[in-house]
Design a protein around this ligand. Structure first.
Ligand SMILES: C[S@@+](CC[C@H](N)C(=O)[O-])C[C@H]1O[C@@H](n2cnc3c(N)ncnc32)[C@H](O)[C@@H]1O
Length: 219
């Protein structure tokens, strides 16, 4: 007989269901997180003509700024595994008439993106919501060209200081609802990328991390 844990739908199926549901309710978080997105995009140092990947793009709140930064000759590619999110992202692209933005419906943990084809990548509040941070980081690493940059803006659910208990509870909720693996996103970035710079010093509260990771140049 299967253990209770085995009978539950896989973590990814449960969290996909949640993100499908939330895809129709993302307006307020989109506005609230606008300054963090702007900061992320500024630090990526995008150039006209660049190709940029938006991992776990959701409904596409990063698209407009990314697309302005890469210009008409550049390309923005969003990836998300929630069909609800992808549908809304596609509506956004259609309504605005953007012809240099695409969305792929795929699981970041096993997506086979064109290798070394992207100049830069961004993940805003995505890595803490995936079931295997290392696999998602590997996907981005493989897709970036040597010297490519990856900006991560995310929660850092590592309990410390007086807010430790609150962060622990937040982490538990993220594990149950969003499938967070419990792995420190920063550690996983440092394990894969040749350099990782913190854009803002880590503080016990708010539990937010802004980091710029760079893939080494080929020798
Ligand atoms: C908190 S939302 C962030 C969305 C968007 N990046 C933003 O800044 O608003 C997390 C997103 O990650 C996506 N996601 C979670 N796990 C994923 C996976 N394994 N593969 C692809 N997308 C995933 C969810 O569907 C959701 O759209």
């Amino acid at each position: 007989m299967k253990a209770a844990a085995d009978r539950r739908p896989p973590q990814s199926a449960r969290s996909r269901w949640l993100w499908d549901f939330l895809s129709g309710h993302s307006g307020s978080s989109e506005r609230m997180l606008a300054p963090a997105r702007q900061l992320a995009i500024e630090h990526l140092g995008l150039q006209h003509g660049d190709r940029v990947l938006d991992l776990g793009c959701g409904t596409g709140p990063n698209f407009e700024t990314l697309r302005e930064a890469v210009g008409p000759g550049g390309r923005v590619v969003g990836v998300d595994f929630s069909s609800g999110m992808v549908q809304r992202a596609q509506e956004r692209i259609r309504e605005r008439g953007w012809d240099n933005v695409d969305v792929i419906c795929a699981d970041a943990l096993r997506a086979r993106l064109e290798p070394e084809a992207y100049d830069a990548a961004i993940a805003t509040f995505t890595l803490s919501a995936v079931a295997n941070v290392r696999a998602a980081v590997d996907t981005v690493y493989a897709a970036l060209r040597p010297g490519g940059r990856f900006f991560v803006c995310d929660l850092r659910l590592v309990p410390s200081g007086q807010a430790g208990l609150v962060i622990r509870l937040l982490g538990l909720a993220y594990r149950l609802i969003a499938g967070w693996s419990g792995r420190d996103v920063l550690e996983q970035l440092q394990a894969r990328f040749q350099s990782v710079d913190l854009v803002m010093p880590l503080r016990p509260w708010p539990p937010v991390m802004l980091a710029l990771a760079s893939k080494g140049q080929a020798i």
